[in-house]
Design a protein around this ligand. Sequence first.
Ligand code: WQD
Length: 332
Amino acid sequence: MNILVTGGAGYIGSHTCIALIEAGHSVVVIDNLRNSSKYSIESIKRITNQDISFCKIDVSDKSAVERIFEKNSFDGVIHLAGLKAVGDSVIKPLEYYENNLMSTLSILNACQKFNVNRFVFSSSATVYGENKSPFTETMVLMPTTNPYGETKVMCERILTDIAKTNQAFSVSILRYFNPIGAHESGLIGESPTGIPNNLMPYITQVAKGKHPFLNIFGNHYPTTDGTGERDYIHVMDLAEGHVAAMEQMTEGVHIYNLGTGRGTTVLELVKAFEQATGITIPFKISVQRQGDIASCYADVSKAQRQLQWSAKRDLIGMCRDAWRFEQNYQEV
Ligand code: WQD
């Protein structure tokens, strides 16, 4: 199939393009390069030895998006483009609502106009809000703690309503847990600009000597060792979940958790990283981060059952691959 990947130069997007190409599909990437670089596109070509079409546009620009649909014949869209920093969204809610909603509406208008009826949407476990883990797709969503999470809830509702009026339009909503790691080549990975908000890139930067120690945000949570618990999934497993969702697409709207189904605490991840690399990660316990929840991990039985997909890579592999990318990565 010929697949349009919006945000395809980003962390999840670039890995998803590789998984699509390795599964025999062709991809067209559009991205505004706000949180990514053209280097990712070059790396995708190098890793897959395939040329891919890339166009630098803002996905919210309806006319630019329509020109892409006019020039190509798409079998499906994987829509990843969007702003995704939770803390940032609390500071700049209007920017998040405008960008994440307008980009989704722009793509959906083009899909309707050009009769593209397979749509995979990048959602997030954040939509579960203060529910209790393990999260299941049938759970009633509770208010999230941030505008980013609210944009994902709204986009899920928009997709559901459109599918109700257009029987031919099929949607897979993928709720990501915590993607970490990098492609085994070490050529692409998570390269946040500035000081990382997320745990794994901060750990790899401590290992590289960019920071003297890791701040562990709180150790009084009701978890095995008191530190926050998350469902970390290798980014290539997540990417392969997108391929499965596109290939197994059936009519209607389907929601899937993409995680491992296992919770890992901060201290357990630090220990796994030290085991995988032989590098000691100094840390200090600091205050809890506002908006954090104690425990977040998935019930993944639906994706296993309906997509015949499950995460294959383990924590040591995630740490080893994340470290390899950090060692190769030269900040541009
Ligand atoms: C993980 C754990 C922190 C940094 C975020 C987004 C979510 C999704 C995945 C988009 C928590 C602790 C972290 C640090 C720490 N992204 N931590 N020191 O917050 O679970 O989820 O990424 O969909 O929307 O919110 O990930 O990596 O920030 O935190 O102790 O320097 O690590 O408290 O327990 P999070 P994270």
